[in-house]
Design a protein around this ligand. Structure first.
Ligand SMILES: [Zn+2]
Length: 175
């Protein structure tokens, strides 16, 4: 029995490693404190001691705004990529996958529409199930309602006249 291969799950989130306190302090210093400090040092050398505080605060403000904007942009971009992946998976499933209920627990499983696959393992209870395909055909010929009604009326009239004829001939015999 060949079972369905596992389909990659786009909702999968890699286990996030909690950053340590020191790495947090490090990145805070690196990206938030160091650039304004460098700018403030430059302003100190260029314009004297009084320039340190205003230049540091100004650079820190710009740094925070830019950091916030970049972070927001990246979040939006990641969300967009995730949404596109989900859409692609849904479209793929619509064309290449089929939903089947597990005969053991009733859980709906999505299996590939592939005639070489004749089994699947349930996502929930892990029972190995055999898979049978059942295909049916139906005519797509359009039925014209008026034509159908006319044909039915004609058939009724035919049956009527046959009954009448039978009645008449019976009366004929009984006369
Ligand atoms: Zn099951």
């Amino acid at each position: 029995m060949k079972t369905a291969p596992d389909f990659p799950d786009v909702n999968y989130n890699p286990p996030s490693r909690e950053p340590s306190v020191w790495s947090r302090v490090g990145s805070l210093a690196m990206y938030t404190i160091v650039p304004p400090a460098v700018i403030a040092s430059g302003c100190w050398l260029a314009f004297g001691f009084a320039a340190i505080a205003p230049s540091f605060l100004c650079a820190l403000g710009i740094d925070l705004i830019v950091g916030y904007a970049v972070n927001g942009y990246q979040t939006v971009r990641l969300e967009k990529i995730r949404a596109e992946l989900m859409k692609a998976q849904m479209e793929y499933e619509r064309g290449h996958m089929v939903g089947v209920s597990c005969p053991q627990c009733g859980q709906r499983n999505i299996v590939p529409l592939d005639l070489s696959i004749d089994g699947f393992e349930c996502d929930k209870c892990h029972t190995k199930n055999k898979l049978y395909y059942d295909f049916r055909a139906a005519s797509t010929m359009d039925l014209n309602r008026e034509e159908v009604m006319k044909a039915a009326e004609q058939r009724m009239a035919e049956m009527d006249s046959r009954t009448k004829n039978a009645w008449d001939s019976m009366n004929e015999v009984l006369k």
